[in-house]
Design a protein around this ligand. Structure first.
Ligand SMILES: Cc1cc2nc3c(=O)[nH]c(=O)nc-3n(C[C@H](O)[C@H](O)[C@H](O)COP(=O)(O)OP(=O)(O)OC[C@H]3O[C@@H](n4cnc5c(N)ncnc54)[C@H](O)[C@@H]3O)c2cc1C
Ligand code: FES
Length: 336
């Protein structure tokens, strides 16, 4: 017998779907025209994470980076692995409009591959058709590694510019498939396939102060968000803490200075964890979050970076005794 699932979207809309016992909630939603953000469909990426407010269900297989033990204990689920065993209420961390967005498959040419530092690459792709990619700043696409059937997820680090140009900020992982292509073979004009936009980590309406927390190339979605804020303004203060491991990982500082000059109520602090660093501000992101940045909970927090960083910062926020009005995060989990 099918079970009834109430999907509650963050804009307040609720949609009822029916899920068969052997069908995942994500498959049932798609069958009935609701595109819950999805990527791997395999319990590996965490893109489909939602909160089960009530009801009985079983989870299939998944990895800890996609859903931690603590999250599962607090009722978070991966809808690509969730099978209902009764009627359920599931809160989807995206708007109903985003859940009806179809993903597009587009081709674009490599414009520029620039090594910003030994550990970080800036990639620019160009094609008139990219202007049609209706992504929200913070979302990502899957980029196919040319000559292979493999894809890697990358967050847009810019909005679409004149002529259909977008940028990405990419960690150079030694021995990595995409890293190897970008540092070895990639040439301007090479064609790359993008699938997206994907993900529920995107800038919401700014209704209160924002605290943006970035680890390494987890800065990418924030530079896209800041481009939008620079163009439209913000009635509320915004503070970014950007943490990296070594001095070589610290990139895009000119761009952040430029945002600070253009957005009147934007401030940022960049810190380096390595004790050998020559950078004056040392330590982890958590060392530079001050009580004043949390506004006694009247704040929206956005967090992005490698899984261990996202987990450490999430724990810090949970344990500091202040519950933010909203908390959004993206883990840059390895695809391999
Ligand atoms: C939603 C999402 C958005 C993402 N956005 C970005 C982004 O904007 N910028 C970005 O740089 N990355 C991003 N990533 C990570 C990215 O998709 C790739 O995993 C990463 O770039 C490595 O790809 P690669 O092909 O070079 O290495 P792979 O061939 O995938 O990996 C080679 C080896 O290195 C390991 N490895 C992979 N990544 C790391 C790492 N960071 N540190 C240490 N070891 C690693 C792998 O486990 C594997 O053993 C995102 C991931 C997700 C899930
Ligand atoms: S889509 Fe469910 S974990 Fe990736």
């Amino acid at each position: 017998m099918p079970h009834q699932i109430a999907l509650r979207f963050e804009d307040g809309l609720t949609r009822f779907i029916e899920a068969n016992p052997n069908e995942t909630v994500a498959d049932a939603a798609y069958r009935q025209g609701v595109n819950i953000p999805l990527d791997c469909r395999d319990g590996a990426c965490g893109t489909c994470k939602c909160h089960a407010e009530s009801g009985k269900y079983e989870m299939g297989e998944y990895i800890e980076d996609a859903l931690s033990e603590d999250e599962a204990a607090r009722g978070y689920v991966l809808t690509c692995q969730m099978r209902a065993r009764g009627n359920c209420v599931v809160q989807v961390p995206a708007s109903s409009a985003v859940c009806r967005t179809q993903r597009a498959v587009l081709e674009a040419a490599v414009g520029e591959v620039r090594q910003l530092s030994p550990s970080t690459i800036s990639l620019t792709l160009r094609d008139e058709s990219l202007g049609k990619l209706a992504f929200l700043p913070g979302q990502y696409v899957n980029l196919q590694v040319p000559g292979t059937d493999q894809t890697r997820a990358y967050s847009f680090s810019s909005l679409v510019r004149e002529g259909g140009e977008v940028s990405f900020l990419i960690r150079n992982v030694p021995g990595g498939l995409m890293s190897g292509f970008l540092t070895g073979q990639a040439r301007p004009g090479d064609r790359m396939t993008l699938t997206g936009p994907l993900g529920s980590f995107y800038l919401r309406e700014i209704e209160r102060p924002l605290l943006l927390l970035a680890g390494g190339t987890g800065l990418a979605p924030f530079t896209a968000m800041l481009e939008k804020i620079a163009a439209e303004g913000s009635p509320h203060p915004l503070h970014l803490v950007y943490g990296v491991t070594t001095d070589a990982d610290l990139v895009e500082m000119d761009r952040l200075e430029d945002f600070a000059a253009r957005i009147p109520n934007f401030t940022f602090a960049a810190c380096v964890a390595s004790p050998e660093s020559a950078w004056p501000r040392k330590g982890y992101v958590t060392h530079h979050i001050e009580p004043a940045h949390l506004y006694d909970g009247e704040v929206d927090v956005y967090l992005c970076g490698p899984p261990p960083m996202v987990e450490a910062v999430s724990r810090f926020i949970r344990e500091c005794g202040v519950k933010p009005a909203s908390f959004h995060y993206e883990k840059f989990a390895a695809s391999a």
